[in-house]
Design a binder for this molecule. Structure first.
Ligand SMILES: [Zn+2]
Length: 443
């Protein structure tokens, strides 16, 4: 027996235009539609990490199991923001879940009316403050109960007293249809505290309570809530406890706490086959074999293997077409990829002068670890000499905001190197080395 909900979903799938029309007419006339509010996801991975922000660089806050269903609040960079329960909101990788599209959001927009309104963790006047909102600021109302509204503001979810805001007839657009532009959603806001001096993390709000960890000065912790004169916080390695508020400072900018990424299967990898179309790249000694052909063939094998490992792969080109350098880096920045790898084959001024492969980085802070990790893993599998890691002033790296490297995987105008470069066996070894390197990198 189908439930009303299942019937709705069936109806929407069967008659999407009618549903759209109802929404459009409803919105135009200011009538509240009686349709279901949300998109749902069903977890596909056996265990799925829920993170504090839309990307691998954010802390894991929870794990959910295969088959569980959650409401989508918003989406960004291919990540879905989901509601775990009334007070916990997190982000999951969209490619690890199934999306059951239901309809557009019908959440109402609220406007803050008091000078400065506290947004609290629970619907209670003594609950911890998650954020504050100023008069005139817009919030998305998720629920209303008992004189309180649960609201979404700048990706923070919390509770506001109803007398601090006015409900409008405007419909919030935080829930996106599939393929919709989710870029309006602003940066996730997680408060952090930073220690001003060495301090102890304790298991209760008491100077004599057991010590959970000892913290050096300038340690950044995720703020959870306030308890009297103490802050309830979490360390980067997941330990929770209390620190005295007078020994730390609470972040003003609400930037999310970032940690190292953990799993390749959650990562988005951009592969950039060098050259293409009218830009043939370097040419082999036979005068008719082009670098662009082998960069594409190699990147396609790498893509297949990374996808098999669960990663999301984006390619800057998939055919023999010309793509300029500037859009390649822009694509990486816009997608906020977790790693960007550009594939090339080298050329020396005269034939058979040089041999071997090199991993290039531009930034020592964001690129060099990726370069070193992949240089090592490729060194384990490739038959050519590993020339190590080098600084490279390449535009695709220089313009890239994401961790990015450029691989020169042998000299195309060296006959010995070229006999490898042209073989699928060698290209497959590159795919093995890159995949193993990324598995190591995302640990
Ligand atoms: Zn090249």
């Amino acid at each position: 027996m189908a439930t009303f909900w299942q019937k709705c979903q069936h109806f929407i799938k069967k008659y999407p235009l009618i549903v759209l029309l109802v929404i459009v007419v409803g919105a135009a006339t200011g009538v509240t539609t009686a349709l279901a509010n949300y998109q749902m996801i069903t977890v596909r991975a056996s265990v799925l990490n829920v993170r504090q922000g839309p990307g691998l660089s954010y802390n894991v806050m929870a794990q959910v199991q295969s088959g569980q269903k959650y409401t989508i609040l918003s989406s960004r960079n291919d990540w879905y923001q989901i509601r775990l329960d009334n007070n916990r909101i997190g982000w999951v990788a969209s490619w690890l879940v199934d999306n059951t599209e239901v309809s557009q959001a019908t959440n109402k927009v609220g406007i803050v009316t008091s000078e400065e309104a506290n947004i609290r963790q629970t619907a209670a006047t003594d609950a911890g403050i998650v954020a504050t909102a100023k008069a005139g600021e817009k919030v998305t109302i998720l629920y209303q109960a008992g004189g309180w509204s649960q609201v979404l503001v700048n990706d923070s979810v919390g509770w506001m007293r109803n007398d601090t805001l006015r409900t409008t007839n405007e419909t919030a657009t935080t829930v996106q249809s599939n393929g919709g532009d989710a870029s309006q959603v602003s940066q996730a806001s997680i408060k952090t505290v930073t220690t001003k001096q060495t301090a102890y993390l304790r298991n209760a709000t008491d100077d004599n309570a057991a010590i959970v960890a000892s913290l050096s000065a300038n340690t950044t912790l995720t703020y959870l809530d306030t308890s009297g004169q103490w802050y309830h916080v979490q360390t980067k390695d997941g330990k929770k406890g209390y620190v005295p508020s007078w020994l730390v400072s609470l972040s003003a900018n609400d930037q999310p706490a970032k940690t190292a990424p953990t799993k390749l299967s959650e990562a988005t990898i951009m592969l950039d086959p060098g050259h293409g179309g009218s830009d043939s790249g370097a040419i082999a000694n036979d005068g008719k074999s082009y670098e662009k052909t082998y960069t594409l063939a190699t990147a396609k094998l790498v893509a297949a293997q990374l996808r098999a490992a669960g990663a999301k792969v984006i390619m800057t080109r998939t055919s023999d077409s010309f793509v300029d350098l500037s859009p390649r880096a822009k694509l990486s920045n816009a997608d906020g990829v977790d790693a960007y790898i550009s594939f090339h084959f080298d050329s020396s001024p005269s034939p058979n002068q040089a041999s071997g492969f090199t991993a290039y980085y531009y930034s020592t802070s964001k690129d060099i670890r990726l370069a070193k990790t992949l240089s090592a893993s490729l060194g384990n599998v490739l038959p050519l000499t590993n020339k190590g890691v080098e600084f490279g002033n390449f535009q695709v790296l220089r313009d890239n905001t994401q961790p990015s490297i450029l691989l020169e995987l042998g000299y195309i105008n060296n006959d010995k190197d070229f006999s490898d470069i042209r073989s699928t066996a060698y290209q497959q070894k590159i795919a093995n080395g890159v995949t193993q390197g990324l598995l190591n990198y995302f640990q």
